[in-house]
Structures are given as structure tokens and as C-alpha cells.
Design a protein around this ligand. Structure first.
Ligand SMILES: C[S@@+](CC[C@H](N)C(=O)[O-])C[C@H]1O[C@@H](n2cnc3c(N)ncnc32)[C@H](O)[C@@H]1O
Length: 214
């Protein structure tokens, strides 16, 4: 099967329930390299908006000490994540139905050392980003880490490609768009996080590292 849908913005191929995202296939290695230092020994990781599930499967293969909880509001994506989990020896857990625009998304879903979310907040209404930060602030304990990956607007330093991407996203859905880095830092600060690092990634993406400090 192959087809673009308004959420995934790319052609994904499918074998059984397992989806293959061309973008995730390309960026999973640099993402894993960059985030490795932020995954403590034995880390319990919650991934929000796991999509095909390829990031978690790749990182679990590299780190046999960690457990990885996938999630997504999209049923086909959850089925794909559960299929990729078969490669991970029980350390990639059955996917949860999480929509961060729902205020209660973080209630009673276990304890985690790290939350990771890639490529979601620009293809969802801003409420998904504010809900993501607020829920993570309720869920994580002081000292835990939030890792956010994607494109951002950075004032005059914004990449031309991200300005074009922003226009294209808004033409599909006016509530979508490449988010301002400062706005994102602000909502995480409000939720009790301190911004620790901004890592430059391929194709003008950034990995933002936040630590829960309050
Ligand atoms: C472009 S895909 C990214 C998938 C994966 N993180 C990656 O980088 O390959 C965006 C994902 O965000 C999910 N999503 C959209 N709105 C969401 C929301 N409000 N809460 C959680 N996930 C959401 C979609 O279902 C989709 O799987």
C-alpha cells in the first residue's frame, strides 16, 4: 500500500501492519546518535506521536537496557508500532492511544525518565503543543528529560526551507505551521522545564533538550 494522508505528509509503504516512512528511515540514525547521551542507563522512554514506530525500534536495538513506550492517536500507526515492537524483545511496549490536545492525556500512564516527540507539533493545532508541554510537566519528575525534534522558526536565522514548509503546511491546514522556537521554549518553561540544549540536525531540523527542574 502507498498513499499520502494529511497527517503524514509523505508516501509510506506497508508490509502487513508495518509501515515504512522514508523520512524516518533517513533520520533515525542521526536522531539516535544525538539523543543517546540523554538516555540514562535503564531509561523508561515514552514516545509521543510515534508514527510508523521506526525511531523507537532503531533506538531499542542500539540500547538493550531501555524500555520504549510508543503512542499515537492514529490506529494504523499504533498497529505499525506494535509490529516493529516484535524486533525489540519485549522492550517496546504496546502502543498507547495518546492525543496531546486532550488535557488528561498524561493521567495514569506510568512513570518515565524521558519523553521524546518528533515531527508532531507543526502538523497539529497549537493546542497539541501546549497540551504536550503541560501533560509532560505533570507526568515527569524533577530531573527527567524531554526531547523534542523537528523544524522551528528562529527569527532571522530561520532556514528558507522551513519558511517554505510553513507556507505549505498552512495551505493544507491553517492551524498547522512551523512553530517559533521561542514560543516552544515558553510553553515548556511554563510547564516546569529548563531548556538545556539546541542541537542542529540534518535538513534544518533541531533537537531541543529540556530538563524538568520544578
Ligand atoms: C509526521 S508524523 C511523525 C511520526 C514520527 N514521530 C516520525 O518523526 O517519524 C506525525 C505524527 O503525529 C501524530 N499526531 C498528530 N496529532 C497528534 C496529537 N494531537 N497528539 C499526538 N500525536 C499526534 C500523527 O498521528 C502522526 O503519527
Amino acid at each position: 500500500m502507498s498513499g499520502k494522508d494529511p497527517i503524514h505528509l509523505e508516501d509510506r509503504t506497508q508490509s502487513g501492519a508495518r509501515l515504512f516512512s522514508p523520512t524516518a528511515g533517513r533520520n533515525k540514525a542521526p536522531i539516535a546518535d544525538a539523543m543517546m547521551a540523554y538516555l540514562p542507563d535503564g531509561a523508561r522512554v515514552l514516545e509521543i506521536a510515534s508514527g510508523s514506530g521506526e525511531h523507537g525500534a532503531h533506538i531499542c536495538t542500539l540500547r538493550p537496557d531501555i524500555t520504549w513506550q510508543t503512542s499515537d492517536p492514529d490506529a494504523d500507526s499504533r498497529a505499525s508500532q506494535n509490529d516493529w515492537a516484535k524486533d525489540c524483545g519485549g522492550r517496546m511496549l504496546k502502543s498507547l492511544d495518546i492525543d496531546t490536545s486532550q488535557a488528561s492525556w498524561a493521567d495514569n500512564i506510568g512513570e518515565y525518565d524521558v519523553i521524546y516527540c518528533a515531527n508532531m507539533i507543526h502538523i497539529a493545532p497549537w493546542e497539541a503543543a501546549t497540551g504536550l508541554a503541560a501533560g509532560a510537566g505533570n507526568l515527569l519528575k524533577v530531573g527527567a528529560t524531554f526531547i523534542l525534534y523537528g523544524p522551528f522558526k528562529e527569527g532571522e536565522d530561520t532556514a528558507e526551507s522551513n519558511l517554505g514548509f510553513d507556507v505549505s503546511l498552512k495551505s493544507r491546514n491553517p492551524s498547522w505551521g512551523v512553530r517559533n522556537l521561542d514560543d516552544v521554549k515558553h510553553i515548556f518553561s511554563d510547564a516546569g522545564f529548563t531548556h538545556e540544549a539546541r542541537i542542529v540536525m540534518p535538513k534544518e531540523n533541531r533537537m531541543l533538550i529540556f530538563t524538568k527542574t520544578q
